[in-house]
Design a protein around this ligand. Structure first.
Ligand SMILES: [Zn+2]
Length: 275
């Protein structure tokens, strides 16, 4: 496969998502049948530092607050909280197929469902959430792609799995890359750069060098890498949407691990088909 220069699409298809009170949705994809939604941190009940629409108890927020936050968001989206599947994310590349809502969230970093009325979700605080829909076959997926998942090539693996299990054709897929830490803020060291360079084809396309006097720092564009991963699998460029919002630069909208540290809350990204 030919390797495209990053400049060919870097500034392409950046879409302004429509904001409802607690989530952004993609206007041309969200309607009575299917939706793709990315939460923002407003309109919830959690107190500082999780204020206010936080979806994770793992950092110290109360389960009551998180449950109320789930209730509020799902009410906005007109779905039942009990119809939503989440996963215990471990920065790996395991993909779980969801046919019924599990009692305990499976250990996975990507979920795929072929069932209408089941909604799949991932939680993030800088990592890239990616939502995928195959509208012709009714297949939905939510993927958690931080630097580790990206290095493990989790997104192309999900595209392959959708094709293998359900016959999804990449040209029928629609993808949305959600809010994540942007190349403006995502400075990385060799711990990230070394495996990134070993795994990603022509990796320097996605690394920006910033000179600060005598020293230079390096930044990665996670969304751009994963956009190329989708195009490399045959997803049409015009079907890849991007929120183009940096979690670290927008403290009023998003939680950010890089900015807020270990006590950062989590936003949620979810998709699926209504019955
Ligand atoms: Zn930023």
């Amino acid at each position: 496969m030919a390797i495209l220069p990053a400049s060919s699409i870097a500034k392409h298809r950046s879409v302004t998502l429509r904001a409802s009170e607690r989530a952004f949705t993609l206007p041309d994809l969200s309607g009575p049948e299917a939706f793709m939604a990315f939460s923002v941190r407003r309109g919830g009940v959690s107190s500082s530092p999780y204020d206010s629409l936080n979806f994770s108890v793992g950092q110290g927020d109360t389960s009551d607050s998180v449950r109320t936050n789930f209730d509020r968001l799902t009410e906005d989206l007109e779905i039942e909280p009990k119809h939503m599947a989440t996963c215990k994310q471990v920065h790996g590349d395991h993909i779980e197929i969801i046919r019924t809502i599990p009692k305990t969230p499976p250990v996975a970093d990507a979920l795929i469902t072929p069932i209408k009325g089941v909604f799949v979700a991932v939680k993030t605080a800088d990592c890239l959430p990616v939502l995928l829909l195959d509208k012709s076959r009714g297949i939905a997926s939510a993927v958690h792609a931080g630097w580790r998942g990206t290095v493990m090539r989790i997104l192309p693996k999900v595209v392959d799995r959708m094709a293998k299990e359900f016959g999804t054709k990449p040209e029928d897929m629609v993808a949305a890359l959600g809010p994540a830490i942007g190349p403006c803020c995502y400075e990385v060291d060799d711990k990230v750069l070394n495996p990134f360079r070993e795994s990603i084809p022509d990796p320097e396309r996605f690394i920006t060098v910033v000179n600060n006097g005598n020293t230079a720092s390096r930044r990665i564009d996670l969304a751009l890498v994963n956009r190329f991963e989708l195009i490399g699998k045959g997803v049409r460029e015009e079907n890849i949407h991007h929120a183009n919002l940096c979690t670290c630069c927008n403290p009023d909208l998003f939680f950010s691990y890089r900015r807020d540290g270990a006590l950062s809350g989590r936003q949620i990204s979810l998709t699926g088909f209504r019955i």
